[in-house]
Ligand binder design. Structure first.
Ligand code: SAH
Ligand code: SF4
Ligand code: F3S
Length: 469
């Protein structure tokens, strides 16, 4: 595996913009405004990448549309985290043979994390001839070149060589929202948790320069952003590869001192690197949301070791207790995997007891899914599927009861919320802790902070009444 980060130069990026110009001229000559559809699977990293794909497409003259039918370009930005995610993509990719039959000029691309797996790119090469181009996350910055090659050479393009990964500043972005925005602060992951495919498909950890991140945040705030979510697979190791000794807490503190009325969120924190300095910084600045997503994965120290997580149950609990002690209103969420190879009934019960001890606001729960090439995929896994399903159901029931209890406790309290959208005849808003609130109100309130009194609750969301701002 190549381990050296490449910084994409301004000249290289200018080369890509030149391809955008060629593409725009190609369509202009035909007197056509082409359309493009980008479908995103997976996590916020992919959402952020799709904003760049749309940015490039817009620069190449494409109008962005909301469905594959009739679009001149379709890009599937995929996720490889679990088997199920991949099956969905293959299913939807198969269905595109029909949209392409109805619109033969359609060009279809597959990118994102699945494109970084050799078994996937080979399968597409041989069994999905209607796909015109495949490129891994390392090659996203070259999308205009790939698209131009497809348009001009009538030859399928595969940009899938394994690389350590790159940092490219200045790719145009068409953002989903000007209000709630993503800012990637780093890319890749070095942790190699034994179940996880991310380090293989997204390359080594690499941090963007602090100045570039701050400049992006400033621009977003000037354009009306009210929420900035900092993204990375393990934001706590931000800066380790940079000179100048800046760490994630320092970066947070600097962003929190930018002018404006806004909230900062971030994900994901790896418990190993989550420091007291980080929690103190969160507690100190009002602009940092008192919300923490701190995946624990398992409540058993033996399983955590087998997962290569580099912390044990006790260390995790100590960190959570410290965070709660400095932020009494902290909203805590987490990820957990059930049925890791060799997980015993007792070890599973340790996960249940950890959930009960910590009292998470909500959890993302997963059944272990073996990923080819990861160490866990080769571990003995004698637990039958039915038993894993039983554990999964039990875990969900325990967590749902906790979420319900926590949500119930909001009733009667006033919360400062960002009104962020509309769902049927209700408005939607988010509390500082990221909980969803539905309430009746004037759509003109979207984009403002309002005090909302919580009047009702379910396992998943809250309802409320407008109190004013
Ligand atoms: N970087 C983040 C996680 C990104 S993946 C972190 O380390 O916290 C999101 C979640 O998917 C993980 O936290 C894990 O719970 C789950 N996950 C990853 N690989 C998985 C696999 N092979 N099977 C089941 N769940 C998995
Ligand atoms: Fe995967 Fe672990 Fe990296 Fe998270 S920290 S992306 S779970 S390898
Ligand atoms: Fe999926 Fe890639 Fe994110 S595998 S979870 S889209 S980093």
């Amino acid at each position: 595996m190549n381990t050296k980060t490449t910084v994409i130069t301004n000249e290289q990026l200018a080369g890509q913009f030149a391809f955008c110009d060629k593409i725009a001229a190609y369509w202009h000559e035909k007197n056509v405004t082409p359309t493009a559809y980008v479908e995103t699977y997976g996590c916020q990293q992919n959402e952020a990448d799709s904003e760049k794909l749309r940015g490039y497409l817009t620069q190449g003259g494409y109008a962005i549309v909301g469905e594959a039918e009739g679009a001149d370009v379709v890009v599937m930005n995929t996720c490889a985290i679990r088997e199920h995610a991949e099956q969905r993509v293959f299913g939807n990719l198969g269905a595109l043979t029909h949209t392409k039959r109805r619109h033969p000029g359609q060009k279809i691309f597959l990118c994102g994390c699945m494109a970084g797996e050799t078994k996937v790119s080979e399968r597409i090469k041989h069994s999905y001839p209607h796909v015109d181009g495949v490129f891994s996350t390392h090659h996203l910055w070259q999308f205009p070149e790939i698209l131009w090659n497809v348009l001009s050479k009538a030859k399928r393009q595969f940009y899938v060589e394994d690389e350590a990964g790159s940092i490219a500043e200045g790719i145009p972005q068409v953002r989903d929202s000007q209000l709630k925005t993503w800012v990637s602060i780093m890319y890749g992951c070095n942790n190699f948790c034994t179940y996880c495919i991310v380090p293989y498909v997204r390359g080594r950890e690499r941090s963007r320069k602090k100045e570039d991140i701050l400049a992006e945040c400033r621009t977003l705030l000037e354009n009306g952003a009210k929420e900035i979510t900092l993204l990375g697979q393990n934001v706590n190791s931000y800066g380790k590869d940079l000179e100048g000794g800046v760490d994630f807490a320092d970066l947070l503190a600097e962003i929190a001192q930018l002018p404006g009325d806004f909230l900062i969120r971030f994900m994901t924190s790896h418990p190993r690197d989550a420091s007291e300095k980080l929690f103190d910084t969160m507690a100190k600045y009002p602009k940092i949301a008192k919300q923490l997503h701190l995946p624990f994965q398992s409540g058993s120290s033996r399983v955590l070791k087998a997962m290569n997580r580099h912390y044990d149950r006790e260390t995790y609990l100590k960190k959570v207790n410290y965070a709660k002690s400095v932020m009494p209103d902290l909203v805590l969420t987490s990820d957990v995997i059930v049925g890791f190879p060799g997980e015993t009934e007792e070890e599973f019960e340790e996960t249940i007891s950890l959930i009960q001890q910590v009292h998470y606001d909500s959890l993302f729960t997963f059944i272990f899914s073996p990923r080819t090439g990861t160490p866990a995929a080769a571990m003995a896994d004698p637990t039958p599927k039915e038993e894993k399903n039983r554990r999964f159901d039990k875990l969900c029931a325990v967590q749902n009861a906790i979420s319900e209890e926590i949500h119930n406790a909001y009733v009667g309290k006033a919360q400062r919320c960002l009104v962020d959208g509309q769902d049927k005849d209700m408005l939607t808003a988010r509390t500082e802790g990221g909980r969803l609130v539905r309430f009746e109100g004037d759509p003109a309130l979207i984009g403002t902070y309002q005090m909302i009194t919580i009047t009702g609750s379910t396992t998943w969301s809250l309802t409320g009444e407008l109190k004013g701002n």
